[in-house]
Design a protein around this ligand. Sequence first.
Ligand code: UDP
Ligand code: MG
Length: 326
Amino acid sequence: MTVQAKTRDGDPAVEVSVVIPVYNEEESLDHLHAELLPILESLGKSFEIVFVDDGSTDRSPEILRQFHEKDHRIRVILFTRNFGQQRANAAGLHYTRGRAIILMDADLQQPPQHIPEFLAKLNEGFDIVYGRRKQIRGPLLRRIGSRGASFLIRRLTGLNMKDCSSNFLALDYKLVRRINMFRDESRHLGSLFAWLSYGRCAEVIIEKRDRKYGESKYSLWKLVGVVLSLIFSLTPKPLMYITFAGALVLVFSGVLALRALWVAFAKGITSAETPLLIAALFLIGGLQLFSLGIVGEYIGRIYGEVRDRPHYVISEIHEDGEVKEP
Ligand code: UDP
Ligand code: MG
């Protein structure tokens, strides 16, 4: 069956579109296909699945190409290399042709059985529906990190999403078109929603499953990097915080200087002062380096934005039975 595409900016061509980023998911893809398709078919609505392969080096691209050959409701976008999940999501949202857009991972950690609930909420008039995990699974550090990241994002953006790192979302196409207009380097959806301050947000409680096939694509360090980069792209507040910290150190060093003067005049200098002096020097030096690092993060981001490079590079698009030029 072929989905007749209207223009991307015209009326949506299909009712439901599922966007899935894929990075080295060869073990999972067949299971995903087997579980997801019957659910979509049972909806009784026209649908498409948009797989975005984020530069996989395993058999994922091959499997995806075969999916498309057998079923043109499945469209496949291949990146030239790994650009990261957020950008794969962005490409999927750009190429989607659905009225309701579901965003989910390829690893089946989010049960697709929730999709009808998501769609029902969209039908009620909500613009964003997100899957809120009942409990966060995984190693302790990961759980703390996940909760911490959600908390930070909520505080920094004022976004009313309790589970900001949820990548199981349903979006109304009008919202997606607005998101597609953004040219920011950072493609974190939550922060774009927050900036837009548009749309009514609903949640569906989901039971996130353990990963059965393949491994997580995020090491702890990669996650720390994601969260830090998110904070720097969300808000200039850290710059303000270091200004405060600088002012505090200034006051503190003023007090220390006065005290040193008093000690020198009243009692004569003792050798006990030296370690204190060294500690103070290290404190100030450390603070300066730390501040420089934070300022550097913002400058790096400005550099990235000014260069205005494409956010991703597509090598192949498989749709309507053809391989199209991107
Ligand atoms: N992913 C991606 N590019 C990446 C890393 C991950 O497209 O650089 C995809 C991955 O294939 C999966 C989704 O993003 O579909 C979430 O990744 P993962 O399940 O590894 O994250 P976790 O659930 O461990 O947070
Ligand atoms: Mg996962």
